[in-house]
Each structure stands twice: as C-alpha cells, then as structure tokens.
Write a protein that binds this ligand. Structure first.
Ligand code: ZN
Length: 92
C-alpha cells in the first residue's frame, strides 16, 4: 500500500566545512562531558543524528504547508540509508 502522505518531503546534505568537521570529530573523541559534546555538535552541525546521535550528514525536511511550518530531522549517512529503505515516502 502506498503512503498517501501529502506533505512535501525534501532532503539535503548537511554542509560542514572540512576543518569544522575535523574539529568536531576531535572533540567527540575527546574526554569532555557528553553535554559539551552535544553543545559542540549543535554549534557545528546544527544537531545530531536522530537515531544514533552521530554526526549528521543529511537533513530531512517535512513541509506541512498550510502555515504549519516545517519539521527538520537530521540523520547520519548510515541511518539515512536505513530510513530511506524503510520509508514509503517519496522525496520531492
Ligand atoms: Zn545515525
């Protein structure tokens, strides 16, 4: 059965400059507190993977239209692939 989801669904790459990505990886591999790591993740990547909390590489946007605004989710490459293969939604 096909999902009759009318919401506009788009995905785009998370754009993190290479030096920032290196900085982020270094920080995530350091021993600073988890809270600090999350803080840095939000500052550099805008958030973390919804599933595994890793560095996100894809942004999925749900545009509800009707002035309801949009919802944004982030996924790392691995979780995005799994999400896409499970989802019956089609991207626009
Ligand atoms: Zn993930």
């Amino acid at each position: 059965m096909k999902n009759k989801n009318k919401n506009k669904l788009v995905n785009e790459d998370v754009k993190i400059p290479f030096d920032k990505l290196e900085e982020l990886e270094k920080i995530l591999n350091s021993t600073i507190s988890r809270q600090s790591k999350i803080h840095v993740m939000y500052r550099i990547a805008g958030g973390n993977c919804l599933v595994c909390r890793d560095i996100p590489s894809k942004i999925v946007k749900y545009d509800y239209g009707d002035g309801l605004g949009e919802r944004i989710e982030r996924y790392c490459a691995k979780c995005f692939e799994r999400w896409v293969s499970n989802a019956t939604r089609t991207f626009t």
